[in-house]
Design a protein around this ligand. Structure first.
Ligand code: FEO
Length: 187
């Protein structure tokens, strides 16, 4: 009788801690978005490297790794909460870009899209009363402030140097990277 009661209580506790299905679904959708971010920056890096911009390429390769780290963070979290992770097919990013400034404008636009997506997750957590995920997702909320700020900083610098003096910009861009969440140090 006692064992039966204990099992029932444990079950209730587990049910309370379980990831709500709507939260699980939106986190899985975010896995795909972070995976695409990684692919997009990898495609941009490859294009930049092929176009002779080694420094810009290295910045983007490092950014692609950061995005993969974001994707893995979501995968581990869903699994830790006893949810079901779906590893998605990632769509093809563009292979060519109109120019360096145009490309970084695309980076900023993409980060703004990701910020909106993270904010949407916060809304679903509140709606579902999943305060554990609400607390956990704050790391991404803060990360997005920095990701947008660093894209804006690069665009500001590009506006200052103009398109005629890309040598110095390409040489110095890596110095603009903040400490990496992946390596714990510079890019
Ligand atoms: Fe993981 Fe740049 O958003």
């Amino acid at each position: 009788m006692l064992n039966c009661l204990t099992a029932k209580l444990l079950n209730q506790k587990k049910l309370k801690f379980m990831l709500p299905k709507k939260v699980e679904k939106i986190l899985n959708e975010q896995i795909e978005k972070e995976g695409y971010s990684s692919h997009l920056y990898l495609a941009m890096a490859s294009w930049a490297e092929n176009s002779g911009f080694k420094g810009i390429a290295d910045w983007l390769y490092a950014q692609a790794e950061e995005e993969r780290f974001h994707m893995l963070k979501l995968v581990h979290y869903i699994n830790e909460r006893d949810g079901k992770t779906v590893i998605p097919v990632i769509k093809l990013p563009p292979a060519k870009y109109a120019g360096i400034k145009e490309m970084f404008n695309q980076v900023l636009e993409h980060e703004q899209y990701i910020t909106a997506s993270i904010n949407n997750i916060v809304g679903v957590c509140i709606d579902q009363k999943d305060f554990t995920t609400h607390n956990w997702i704050q790391w991404f909320v803060n990360e997005q402030i920095e990701e947008e700020a660093s894209s804006r900083e690069i665009i500001d610098k590009l506006n200052l140097v103009g398109t005629q003096n890309m040598y110095l910009f390409d040489r110095d861009i890596l110095g603009m990277r903040r400490p990496s969440a992946v390596t714990g140090g510079q890019a």
